[in-house]
Design a protein around this ligand. Structure first.
Ligand code: IPM
Ligand code: MG
Length: 370
């Protein structure tokens, strides 16, 4: 029997291309695992009306963790248009299966390292080494939203004097997406950011928020972060989401570990990825108490589907995060060193770095160095 059981979820679009690349490297490293395929993504929405079928959830429950490629997400009306004719107008509503997975498995922490590898011509600067801790189940993406508003919610909200602007518009004309945060959720994500900073000798933790406007939720996470910070010898800096988008472009080397609620973490992690070569280099781990799903930050890039054009480094660095989580430290450092070497040599690479190799050729080159 293999040491690990890994759920294998390529998803859609270039998810397949990059997962094939991952397999080349995993095999070259003789990683002792059984890979269990699991259905997820657009195809299953169109065919079955469910992008995350129940059988997939059951499959995942029987594995140690999951590797995931990418999925396509489309807005409500477009999603409805692409449903199989017999499923149309049955009230099925598309949801992002990765967001649902994060919630179902309580994968509360989204870890997104963004490091400038020497020799990457796309580095904004060579001294960027950031790690984003994004809260992954609450906040603006907690999924509590309505359109149209149920009467009860509308009436309750009308108690707030600020509702005066929306009161007379009629409940069928108002949409509401909430930003819902708990003390526990805030404490957990901030604590993990500090623990990481401590064990990795990082110099600071920056909370990315907007508490001067989002007074209740922003206020809560700020208070919690200040409390948590007291237990550590590492400074807590506080930055507003808008200001930090400017400062990170001016002085990214001043930042280190960043922590944020779900949507701000989503935004800031794309910005950080941009500083180190773009989404082709951005890895991510969705981590819960006893399960984790590893996925590159990039999406499914449907226009490149099956063309083996996209950069597999994000996926390979994601595999490295899986090794870290499994405490396979030797595999993790060998893989990262191989990725670093291929980037530095700059002989084999995909179009985004100015070379012309395929996704799989880059993976083979990494495999040669592991
Ligand atoms: C990400 C993506 C997803 C998210 C989308 C595809 C739902 O942007 O992982 O950053 O917002 O979490
Ligand atoms: Mg994103």
């Amino acid at each position: 029997m293999a040491k690990y059981k890994i759920a294998w979820m390529p998803g859609d679009g270039v998810g397949n291309d990059v997962m094939e690349a991952a397999k080349i490297v995993l095999d070259a490293m003789k990683f002792d695992a059984e890979y269990v395929p699991a259905d997820i993504g657009w195809e299953f929405w169109c065919k079955e009306g469910d992008p995350l079928p129940e059988r997939t959830i059951q499959t995942l429950k029987g594995t140690d963790c999951a590797l995931f490629g990418a999925i396509t997400s489309k807005p409500r009306d477009e999603a409805n248009d692409e449903l199989a004719p017999e499923l149309k107008d049955k009230g099925l509503v598309y949801f992002s299966p990765i967001v649902k997975l994060r919630q179902l498995f309580n994968l509360h922490t989204n870890l997104r390292p963004c490091k400038a590898f020497p020799g990457n011509p796309l580095n904004y600067r060579d001294d960027v080494d950031l790690v984003v801790f994004r809260e992954n189940t609450e906040g603006m993406y907690g999924g509590v939203e309505w359109f149209p508003l149920p009467e009860k919610v509308y009436t309750a909200m009308c108690d707030n004097p600020k509702m005066v602007k929306w009161k007379d518009k009629g409940l069928e004309n108002v949409a509401l997406s909430t930003r819902i945060m708990s003390s526990q959720g805030c404490e957990s994500i901030v604590t993990q950011a500090f623990e990481y900073a401590k064990t990795h000798s990082r110099k600071s933790v920056t909370l990315v928020e907007k508490p001067n406007v989002l007074r209740e939720t922003g206020g809560l996470i700020t208070r919690v972060a200040r409390e948590v910070a007291k237990k550590y010898d590492i400074p807590l800096w506080e930055a507003n989401i808008d200001a930090i988008c400017m400062w990170m472009i001016k002085n990214p080397q001043n930042y280190d570990v960043l922590v944020a609620e779900n949507m701000f973490g989503d935004i800031i992690s794309d910005l950080c990825a941009g500083l180190v070569g773009g989404l082709g280099f951005a890895s991510a781990a969705n981590i819960g108490d006893d399960y984790a799903v590893f996925e590159p930050t990039h999406g499914s890039a449907p226009k490149y589907d099956g063309m083996y054009k996209v950069n597999p480094m994000a996926m390979l660095l994601t595999v490295k995060l899986m090794f870290d989580w499994l405490n396979e430290d030797d595999l993790a450092s060998r893989l990262e060193a191989a990725v670093a070497k291929v980037i530095k040599e700059h002989k084999v690479g995909t179009y985004d770095v100015g070379l012309s190799n395929t996704t799989l050729e880059v993976a083979q080159e990494v495999a040669r160095h592991v």
